[in-house]
Design a protein around this ligand. Structure first.
Ligand code: NAD
Length: 269
């Protein structure tokens, strides 16, 4: 399968290309970068400290979608629409790892998925997707005498908060209780906030160092507490999942899929 990477010189981009290089059944069809990026014009292999691979990093986004069966996008929310227009024009599937989309951007993604297969996940790791499933189950099992709090910590470069994964964990907890996260989610407590209301789902974000991604879901009851925790120690877990999803799209009709679909976790829920 021919797999391209937009934003190939980014932290995730580089990791994704390395994963494509070492995965059976994958051919790296090329990579793009944003305007004025220092990596433009370099050979992708050389950029990664590997032998030349013959693919020069360019700004030719349309050319990349044309040359690829699937394109992996871990870039910025504001460029997603441009990428999805090219995907629809050339029938290219998309693996969308970028987080932080607003409502309009999300609607555009949903519309594009009527024409091409898109796998969108806030987190492509297998462990975190198991955590989504467990969070929903536990939240369904326990009533709102257990207070749900979600904690996340990421590296100092991350620009959005709470993390997309933390929000998705909040959605899983809300789904388990058959409530809407927009009604019960509470972010960024500060000052005299008053006592915690029953049924709230709270979020706390920490930023610092080079932490790849820590997430905990806490169910705090009276005299007992359950904590589900996932710690990512390498970006490789996201790249592995994203490349696995890219290979999976080969069989799929247009539609908006999650990593739970790719892993088959939705079949049992
Ligand atoms: P990064 O800043 O290191 O990389 C983003 C890259 O995109 C940069 O190299 C930038 O130059 C490039 N870019 C910007 N505009 C572009 C354009 N128009 N065309 C091509 N490239 C362009 O960031 P990162 O740490 O790699 O994270 C990228 C995104 O992926 C973030 O939204 C992050 O939250 C998300 N992320 C998701 C997962 C997941 O599993 N879903 C995991 C890790 C990171």
């Amino acid at each position: 399968m021919k797999i391209g990477v937009v934003g190939c010189a980014g932290r995730m981009g580089q990791n994704l290309v390395k994963e494509i290089f070492k995965t059976k059944g994958c051919e790296f069809s090329g990579g793009t970068e944003g305007p004025k990026n220092a990596a433009l014009g370099e050979d992708m292999g050389v950029h990664l400290g590997l032998p030349e691979c013959g693919k020069i990093i360019t700004e030719d986004t349309e050319g990349l979608f044309m040359a690829s069966d699937v394109v992996i996008d871990f870039t910025l929310p504001k460029v997603t629409a441009k990428h999805l227009k090219f995907a629809q024009k050339h029938g290219t599937s998309v693996i969308l790892g970028t987080t932080g989309h607003d409502e309009n951007e999300y609607l555009f993604i949903k519309e594009a998925a009527e024409n091409v297969a898109i796998v969108k996940a806030m987190n492509f790791s297998i462990g975190v997707n198991a955590l989504f499933a467990l969070t929903e189950q536990l939240s369904n099992l326990l009533d709102d005498n257990f207070d749900v709090e979600i904690f996340e910590m990421h590296h100092k470069h991350k620009v959005d908060a709470p993390s997309g994964t933390a929000i998705a964990l909040g959605e899983a907890a809300a789904k388990g209780r058959s409530v809407d996260l927009s009604d019960v989610g509470v972010r960024g407590r500060d000052g005299i906030t008053g006592a915690r209301k029953k049924g709230e789902i709270g979020f706390t974000s920490l930023r610092g160092g080079e932490v790849v991604g820590d997430h905990s879901v806490i169910f705090a009851g009276e005299s007992e507490l359950i904590e589900l925790t996932h710690k990512a120690s390498s970006r490789g877990i996201f790249s592995k999942g994203a490349v696995f999803a890219a290979l999976w799209t080969g069989e799929q009709l247009p539609g908006l899929y999650s990593m739970l679909d790719v892993l088959g976790f939705t079949k049992n829920s």
